[in-house]
Design a protein around this ligand. Structure first.
Ligand SMILES: N[C@@H](CCC(=O)N[C@@H](CS)C(=O)NCC(=O)O)C(=O)O
Length: 193
């Protein structure tokens, strides 16, 4: 299996971190953005949206990061990262959709300067409430934690004040300290001497 990715962006990092955390047999290859590989004919055949990540599993090609996460979790049930009961699964779907429908656009708007920390706070408060009394978003570590952590560990999210969001603050540190998230963190190259 191969994942074509660009690890420093949240939608890619969530999948790469998941693969690393569970040591899944998926080869990760960085897309060549400089050469605009994602706009080329071969890549467009894989993903007509011309975006990464893309997972290739034999003849099956899958794009959309959250679909890739749930596919991998089902393909490797030993990860226990996706409940199989109907309500447990629906709960995870809720948080995956929340990430892509609410958190992602909001964090995107913060990046462009169209929204501020004050605009994000109500969303973060919802997440903080959900995390009360829990180690992870729905209790155990699941795909939802990977999908959402990638968006709450960005350099912009690091600048927010978490003093009144204690559950979220603790969970962010828990996720940040997972070796897979440490390994996939963007690190500036050392300054030239
Ligand atoms: N909803 C998609 C979004 C994928 C996406 O926006 N990928 C970005 C990197 S995070 C990309 O490939 N951008 C290249 C481009 O738009 O030219 C997902 O979750 O996979």
């Amino acid at each position: 299996m191969e994942l074509i990715a660009f690890t420093i962006t949240p939608n890619n990092r969530k999948v790469v971190a998941f693969i690393k955390h569970f040591k899944l047999p998926v080869e990760v290859r960085q897309v060549d953005f400089k050469r605009q590989e994602h706009k080329g004919e071969a890549f467009t055949k894989l993903n007509p949206m011309q975006k990464v990540p893309v997972l290739i599993d034999g003849d099956f090609v899958l794009w959309e990061s959250n679909a890739i996460l749930t596919y991998l979790a089902r393909k490797f049930p030993e990860t226990h990262a996706l409940p199989t009961d109907t309500q447990g699964r629906a709960d995870i779907d809720r948080w995956l959709h929340w990430q892509s429908a609410h958190l992602m656009p909001m964090m995107g708007a913060v990046k462009t300067g169209d929204k501020t920390e004050e605009d994000v706070k109500p969303l973060l408060a919802v997440l903080d409430g959900q995390l009360a009394g829990k180690e992870y978003i729905t209790g155990d570590l699941t795909v939802a934690d990977f999908a959402i952590a990638a968006y709450t560990l960005t350099s912009n999210a690091d600048k927010f004040d978490y003093a009144d969001l204690p559950n979220l603050k603790a969970w962010r540190e828990r996720m940040r300290n997972l070796p897979a998230f440490e390994e996939t963190a963007f690190k500036l190259p050392p300054a030239a001497a």
